[in-house]
Ligand binder design. Structure first.
Ligand SMILES: [Zn+2]
Length: 441
């Protein structure tokens, strides 16, 4: 809906006072039922096992109307034709685990704490807006942004501004503040006499848990995010240990409330007791799942629980190897790939997520695809994890993550074949969102 400010050459707009024209232009373009035809050498539709050669996509307004073989019939009169030549077209990509309010905090730059203690909310929102634009530039036309890290309901406003066409960005599913317990989230390590802000809404007991979920849903949360584990370390035996946070009863109150609103619950969980409580409490997606036992994998298959692994982020910024933090950082990587492979083999539903924001927004979000393939997905499975599978997680299967009639016209293209080189997805040359071209070769 940001066509008035960002469309590249395709939709001409008369000049008008800034702001005023944006909503008007969007409405006008929608009403006109702009018809576009896009063709490319190959098309990966998000659901089929094989790509389709020489396909052509007919788009009316912001929806895909038809997919057919090029040359089968002439383009409709007045249609704008976009020929992407030898490129490969795919559905707009979906990242199910982002943080537009994080900027890859490094300790040297003040780390996480400075975000909450020293930065004005307006500064954090400004950077979140840049992050949202970065997602779209990289071909991620939809994100599930899983908490604002102390920036309150800032994600709700950014999403609204994107949807109303004031700023460019992906479709957003937002969780607002996220939920953990006392002792279960940053900021911490300050004198007990000093009240410091927390990066999540802290609750104790099922009553507070339900109240927090209600507040967040009331203020615009599309999903609820819960931290089921917090601190982690390597014990004397060399095992990864993570501190559990919410009880099963607390989580059940949240899940019950969210499901009543027809919303879902994402649970950050590394392993062990916290991950078990997440599954027993009925969570809908396990985030990270660094070390999932065979029994837990079986339970996930049985319950239809999703896994959003976020593999790539754990390769960043390891502390020195001989420190507790350094040992932990290396152990996380060591167990994660194994866990992912086991889950994949067992048929756990896996959706693409990166934790970008945990690393800087200038790095390629699509590096996660390479890790998925490294740990056993075929390139097509990896692509589907960020298209049709991710859409399924979001309950948007008919609308997102596929190139098929009725779906939103969210499309990306890459110049080389991602099925032979998955890293090609790091260089998206064409991005269309909602039927409007945002980036073109
Ligand atoms: Zn995260």
């Amino acid at each position: 809906m940001y066509r008035a400010i960002l469309t590249i050459g395709f939709v001409a707009l008369a000049s008008c006072p800034a702001g005023l024209c944006i909503a008007q232009a969007s409405a006008a373009a929608d009403a006109a039922g702009h018809v576009t035809v896009i063709r490319a050498r190959a098309l990966i539709d998000g659901t089929s096992a094989q790509p389709r050669a020489n396909a052509q996509i007919l788009i009316r307004g912001n929806r895909i109307a038809e997919v057919y073989t090029a040359g089968a019939r002439p383009a409709p009169a007045g249609a704008q034709v976009i020929d992407l030549g030898a490129a490969t077209l795919l559905p707009g990509l979906i990242d199910c685990h982002t943080h537009i309010f994080l900027q890859g905090e490094v300790p040297a730059a003040g780390g996480y704490d400075v975000q909450l203690l020293k930065f004005p909310a307006s500064y954090r929102v400004a950077r979140a807006i840049v992050a949202a634009r970065r997602a779209l530039e990289q071909g991620f036309t939809t994100i599930r942004d899983v908490e604002t890290e102390g920036a309150g309901y800032g994600d709700v406003g950014v999403k609204q501004a994107i949807n109303e066409g004031y700023i460019p960005g992906p479709r957003m599913f937002v969780v607002t503040r996220a939920i953990s317990t006392t002792g279960g989230y940053n900021l911490e390590g300050y004198a007990p006499e000093i009240a410091v802000p927390k990066g999540a809404q802290l609750i104790d007991g099922p009553v507070e848990a339900r109240k927090a979920a209600r507040e967040q849903l009331d203020h615009g949360a599309d999903w609820i995010k819960v931290y089921m584990t917090h601190r982690s370390w390597v014990d004397e035996q060399g095992a990864l240990v993570s501190q559990p946070t919410l009880t099963v009863e607390e989580l059940r109150a949240i899940v019950d409330e969210a499901h009543g609103w027809h919303r879902k619950v994402a649970c950050h969980a590394y392993n062990g007791i916290g991950l078990q409580r997440a599954l027993d409490g009925g969570c809908d997606s396990i985030e990270h799942g660094l070390e999932i036992s065979d029994a837990q994998i079986a339970q996930m298959v049985r319950q239809g629980t999703w896994l959003v692994p976020t593999l790539a982020v754990y390769y960043y910024d390891h502390e020195p190897p001989d420190t507790p933090g350094g040992k932990r950082d290396r152990k996380r990587v060591a167990v994660h790939g194994v866990s992912f492979q086991k889950a994949l083999r067992a048929g756990v539903k896996i959706a693409f997520g990166t934790d970008v924001g945990g690393f800087v927004w200038t790095d390629p979000i699509a590096q996660e695809f390479e890790r998925e393939v490294e740990f056993g997905m075929t390139p097509m499975q990896a692509i589907q994890s960020a298209t049709s599978r991710a859409a399924e997680l979001l309950d948007m299967s008919a609308q997102l993550g596929r190139i098929a009639p009725g779906a939103y016209a969210d499309l990306v293209a890459v110049e080389s074949d991602p099925l032979t080189d998955i890293a090609a997805l790091k260089n998206v040359s064409f991005v269309m969102k909602d039927g409007v071209v945002f980036k073109a070769p």
